[in-house]
Design a protein around this ligand. Structure first.
Ligand code: ADP
Ligand code: MG
Length: 740
């Protein structure tokens, strides 16, 4: 069979050749004609819409100006080197020495160039370049007119633009090889790099290559979505979409093309994830746990509080999973303090009521201890035996624990990574609960599954307080079922959040003294332990000294917890604070996860600008757990970045973790959030954005669900396209659950 144009090596595209092919491959990952036409513009130049220079104000995001170059100037370290005005050349002596012929040497000492431009009204502004000067200087010939695109800035009270992009005002000539660029109202601008531009792949060349590639390839491009979906979602056909994403004939055509391509991307992402999940749930590989059991009922009846509606709903979902005969793989999301531990306890009791064991894994020693205390309190009256296993468990304890888990006399193991060690064996592990999942890699989870000796994998409940935005959760955990606790236990007091700078420290300390006098306790948190490089981080030890001076013993008692301490010291200090033997706890972010001290009413976060939103939110969640009014004080330097200011303002404005997470993602893009999950996106998105296309993602998800509901194996004729597309490498998505 003849090779398809889509698969043809990019080297053979007219206008490319071996050298440019290498560049395209290295810089953009483009190897074939097909890759090229799936490389889309990130914005468009609308030649018909420009602004007048007189109308520009500094806070406009980007503007496009049509203007004539009236003067260009080169500056060296010592000042002006040469200048040239439209109509007359005014060169300095040195420029004349080099003949003024654009030879490279005279550019060696150039630090900056300036071009004065003038629009049709006669208004002028300046543009400045610090890089790529030679190329730009030669291009910006006085007297010629260009389209300038850039962000206006204000310098010495005047508007200018630094490094604006420049495009000839009208130019479709000079295409020696390849197709002509179609006439349209919009011109695509593609992501580029210095190397590409230096290698001759300029914006215009890229446009021409796209035109050529489209012409050669489109006849071979098959419709990649089935007819029924195109109809249902009212999407344009692939040929129309590809043509108009590169060369839109109108704004409307562009909008349709984008919608179609974004949908396609999100749809296949969801379809592949859901299909994996579907395949897994079809197989009968799960421990059937038909009843709730006596331990559950006894514990439930003796709870000192009513479960919240959200907790009940989640437990119902979990019960359904556990009795289904399929393996449960559920992600439990709930804001800090929403009562996830209680859900874990009751889930563990279901497993025990059916004759199985459970383990609960926490990311830190402090948290494991706290879980152990809480869980024991609830389950021991029901006759259930619990053991704590951590790195600092003594050998004798450890041996007894191993023994008990192996012979089944102990039903619940709470612990850290120590639970993963090879010599920890269970008689019949039926449930693994993992708290704060992002600290555990897929690899470690897999090790836990292998500990089951009854031949079937344990049910899995992953709990996270990191409020992952729904759109991201759907993608990162597209193959897990997600339960959300979206309600806090009653009686929680809102936390009043305030922003303060150094000048307010005196007032802050007075406030802390008042709170302590009223019997409350205070957290003071620092971003890190030792000063890192030249950054003006608050040093924890300095901070500790400062607190000791302002709050001397007696009467004040201050405890300190940080990552460099031994586990005993950490525990000693934590326990002192938890038991009310210390008024102030100075800590690094180790306290971030999980500590529960209801009497603490003030959280002071030092250098708050150094923390991310979700971290700030987690820290704030440490207070507001008791019946007292609580406060969170965000201390920052006077000068903070725009970004930091936004984060601080958001924190002061809302306590809703999901809202914060959505905002966070919009501000930073999903990249950083994924980082906290220790996992990348399962696929890279080339046109859709998880931060901005949430609605379309929802629709794509629903469509994928509907398709699979109707045709689980995608074997019907109308879904042939789906089958074929999913076979492609890019949809060979990593399975996050990696179960059994
Ligand atoms: P999370 O782990 O979700 O941050 P926890 O499970 O630690 O939250 O619960 C926080 C606090 O709320 C604990 O002291 C717990 O005993 C209490 N709690 C949990 N559920 C309820 C409820 N339904 N009503 C009242 N208090 C509750
Ligand atoms: Mg917790």
């Amino acid at each position: 069979m003849e090779k398809k144009a889509t698969e043809t090596d990019i080297t053979y595209l007219p206008g490319v050749g071996p050298r440019r092919a290498e560049l395209l491959r290295k810089e953009l990952g483009i190897s074939t004609f097909g890759d090229l036409i799936r490389f889309y513009p990130f914005r468009y130049l609308d030649r018909s819409s420009t602004v007048r220079i007189a109308d520009i104000v500094p806070d406009m995001a980007y503007v496009q100006i049509r203007a004539k170059v009236v003067r260009r100037e080169l500056y060296g370290a010592a000042g002006l080197i040469e200048a040239e005005e439209a109509g007359q050349a005014q060169s300095s002596e040195r420029a004349e020495d080099s003949g003024g012929s654009g030879q490279t040497p005279r550019f060696n000492s150039v630090k900056r160039m300036r071009a004065i431009i003038e629009d049709e009204d006669g208004s002028r502004m300046e543009t400045v370049y610090f890089k790529g000067i030679k190329w730009m200087y030669e291009k910006l010939e006085p007297g010629r007119t260009f389209i300038f695109f850039g962000r206006p800035t204000s310098f010495n009270g005047r508007i200018n633009m630094v490094h604006p992009e420049v495009d000839a005002a009208s130019d479709n000539a000079g295409a020696k090889r390849g197709a002509r660029i179609p006439e349209g109202c919009l011109t695509g601008i593609y992501p580029s790099t210095d190397r590409l531009r230096n290698g001759g792949i300029t914006e215009k060349v890229m446009n021409r290559l796209q035109a050529t590639a489209l012409e050669a390839t489109l006849p071979d491009v098959k419709e990649s979505l089935p007819e029924h979906l195109l109809k249902k979602m009212e999407l344009v056909p692939i040929h129309y979409a590809l043509r108009n994403i590169h060369f839109p004939v109108s704004q409307d055509a562009l909008a349709k093309a984008r919608r179609r391509l974004k949908f396609e991307e999100l749809f296949y992402l969801q379809l592949s994830l859901l299909k994996q999940k579907y395949v897994r749930s079809r197989s009968e590989h799960g421990i059937r746990m038909p009843k709730v059991g006596a331990a559950f009922n006894r514990c439930y009846e003796s709870l000192p509080f009513q479960l919240t509606g959200a907790q009940k709903k989640v437990i119902t979902e979990i019960r359904e999973d556990m009795r289904s005969g399929h393996q449960m793989n559920r992600l439990l999301q709930g804001d800090v303090g929403s009562g996830k531990t209680m859900v874990a306890v009751l889930t563990a009791l279901i497993a025990i009521g059916n004759g199985y064991q459970a383990c609960i894994m926490a990311p830190t020693e402090v948290l494991a201890q706290q879980h152990f205390r809480n869980i024991s309190k609830y389950v021991e009256p029901a006759g259930v035996k619990v053991v704590l296993l951590t790195g600092s468990s003594r050998t004798a304890e450890r041996r007894a624990a191993h023994q008990g888990l192996e012979d089944g006399s102990i039903q619940i193991a709470v612990g850290t990574h120590a639970l993963l060690e090879d010599n920890v064996l269970f008689r019949n592990l039926g449930l693994a609960v993992i708290d704060e999942q992002h600290r555990f890699g897929v690899e470690q989870r897999a090790r836990l599954w292998r500990k089951s000796t009854c031949g079937l994998p344990p049910h899995v409940l992953v709990m996270t307080a990191t409020p992952i935005p729904r759109t991201l959760a759907m993608t990162l955990y597209g193959d897990l079922d997600v339960s959300v606790i979206d309600e806090l236990p009653p009686g929680r007091k809102p936390v009043l959040t305030m922003h303060a700078t150094e000048g307010k420290r005196g007032a802050l300390y007075k406030f802390m003294r008042d709170q302590i006098a009223a019997g409350r306790q205070v957290f003071v948190v620092y971003p890190l332990i030792f000063e890192s490089q030249k950054m003006d981080y608050k040093n924890l030890e300095q901070g500790y000294e400062q607190i000791m001076q302002a709050f001397p013993f007696p009467p004040y008692r201050t405890a300190i917890v940080h990552g460099q301490q031994s586990n005993e010291d950490k525990k000693f200090n934590m326990d002192a604070f938890a038991a009310g033997r210390a008024d102030i706890l100075v800590a690094t972010s180790v306290i971030e996860v999980g500590v529960d001290v209801p009497n603490a009413s003030v959280m002071v976060i030092e250098s708050a600008e150094r923390f991310g939103l979700s971290q700030l939110h987690q820290l704030r969640g440490r207070v507001g757990r008791g019946s007292e009014k609580s406060y969170c004080v965000l201390m920052t330097g006077h000068k903070i970045s725009e970004e930091s200011r936004k984060r601080i303002d958001l924190m002061c404005a809302t306590e809703n973790g999901f809202e914060l997470a959505e905002e966070d993602m919009k501000m930073r893009g999903p990249g950083d959030l994924e980082g906290t999950q220790q996992s990348g996106l399962p696929v890279t998105l080339s046109i859709a954005s998880l931060a901005r296309d949430g609605l379309l993602l929802n629709e794509a998800r629903q469509c994928a669900e509907a398709v699979l509901r109707d045709d689980p194996t995608l074997s019907s004729d109308k879904n042939e396209v789906l089958r074929e597309e999913l076979r492609k490498d890019k949809y060979n998505i990593r399975d996050y659950s990696k179960i059994s």
